[in-house]
Design a protein. Structure first.
Length: 449
């Protein structure tokens, strides 16, 4: 066992305890306040992390609660490890308290929101840097840890940080999977709406980048018409609300990350396919987003390429508010397509179906040369620590380095493993927490000694 691994084993319980401290902070994006651009909880998570970095002797820098950093030595930083401390909302389906880290000794799992995305990897990066520092490795280059607070909602934190601070030339993030992610599909997020006059409320989806696990429909008596909306019951019959009462129905699905929608079951498209609400907007959406279709083919999309594979298209949010029906779509498109091309197609189809486009934003695909010395060094480290063959992979999910030239994702999930990212009972195993820290420490030594 290497001296790095020995060091981490000696600090294993300390790592678990600090991860529990971070998980206990519900760092979902909140209302912006002066001094708290993404709400108080993400800022609290950042404060907690930077305090710990200071205790370890690192030089910390809080950039107005957008993001923060910790330099482990005084040399000019040439390598950055980029993680984030914000998390997605809890959602439904948990078998344990999401913000209380649960250690399951029989499975080796540490269960809690943020365990794998991205608080666990952030803790691993912290203790990797501490190991490198306290073991006295002969660093010739500076190393910086960067902690963001808005990765799950557009990465405005990183954009602001880059306006105020310069990134080191080498950047990797443990916000994906091993061995090395060097190619990422382009992303497009579309928000649309239309008038809504039916006496029915729809609530489905909490974030745009996740398959919705629940769709709640509440119908009320309409005194203007003397009735309510039609609903198909489980018996196949229809019910018309003719009394002053409320009818509530819940359509259940299975949550999944929007980049891998085939792993979930979309509660919104399930609602559409069941024909629960018979009106023009819902019927048009049913045509564009058939239940079980993930490629966007019915929207005129459905592209693929040999490197990044099939594109994905997810109707991830649908809500009624103030007399309008609001929807949101998450699209991941191949390397050989452009944001403008995909935008023209999806917005054109929505407009033709009678919807207004409220916003349409995204990023082009990302690709870093797999033959660069930076990438090859990371692959060497992965092979040395794990004993497995290193290789570059392409994904549909956008990692934290998507808009950083030359950046790659390096961890934190290992091949053929699923830590339930964005899903109920999210977890990282104790062994993988340690192994991530070991790999990152070895990478710091490989690149900076």
């Amino acid at each position: 066992m290497s001296k790095i691994r020995d060091y981490l084993e000696a600090h294993k319980q300390e790592m678990i305890d600090f991860l529990a401290e971070l998980v206990a902070i519900p760092s979902v994006q909140g209302e912006a306040e002066e001094g708290f651009p993404f709400g108080r909880m993400p800022a609290k998570a950042l404060e907690t992390m930077l305090k710990k970095c200071g205790e370890f002797g690192f030089t910390v820098d809080n950039v107005e609660n957008y993001a923060g950093s910790a330099d482990i030595n005084s040399l000019p930083a040439e390598l950055a490890v980029l993680t984030h401390l914000d998390v997605v909302p809890v959602g439904t389906g948990w078998t344990t308290e999401p913000y209380v880290l649960r250690h399951e000794p029989d499975t080796d799992k540490l269960v809690g929101r943020g365990a794998i995305d991205d608080k666990g990897p952030a803790v691993a990066a912290l203790f990797a840097a501490r190991a490198v520092k306290e073991l006295g490795m002969p660093l010739k280059k500076g190393i910086r840890l960067i902690f963001g607070t808005n990765e799950e909602n557009g990465s405005a934190d990183l954009a602001y940080y880059r306006k105020k601070r310069e990134l080191p030339p080498m950047v990797f993030t443990p916000d994906g999977e091993y061995p090395v992610i060097n190619s990422e599909k382009g992303m497009l997020r579309v928000y649309f709406s239309t008038e809504w006059s039916l006496p029915v409320e729809i609530k489905a989806g909490t974030v745009i980048n996740a398959v919705p696990s629940e769709c709640r429909i509440t119908s009320t008596f309409d005194p203007k018409t003397g009735c309510g909306v039609f609903f198909d019951t489980e018996t196949g019959k229809t019910t018309k609300i003719t009394e002053k009462k409320t009818h509530v129905e819940t359509i259940n699905g299975v949550s999944a990350h929007a980049s891998t929608p085939e792993k979930g079951k979309n509660a919104i498209t399930k609602l559409l396919s069941a024909g629960r609400i018979d009106c023009e907007p819902m019927n048009e959406l049913k045509k564009l987003f058939p239940h079980g279709e993930f490629s966007g083919k019915s929207c005129g999309l459905g592209f693929s390429d040999d490197i990044s594979g099939d594109m994905t298209c997810v109707l991830s949010m649908l809500n009624t508010e103030d007399g309008r029906l609001h929807g949101a779509i998450d699209i991941r498109f191949p390397l050989d397509r452009t944001k403008a091309e995909i935008s023209d197609i999806i917005c054109g189809r929505l407009s033709a179906a009678g919807f207004d486009i409220d916003s349409c934003e995204g990023v082009e695909p990302h690709c870093t040369d797999e033959n660069s010395e930076f990438v090859q060094a990371l692959l060497r480290v992965y092979e040395r620590v794990t004993g497995d063959k290193g290789r570059c992979i392409a994904i549909g999910g956008g990692t934290y380095v998507h808009e950083i030239e030359g950046g790659v994702a390096f961890g934190a999930e290992f091949p053929n493993e699923d830590g339930h990212m964005h899903c109920p009972d999210e977890f990282i195993t104790v062994e993988n927490l340690l192994k991530n820290a070991e790999i990152m420490a070895e990478a710091m030594a490989e690149l900076c000694c």
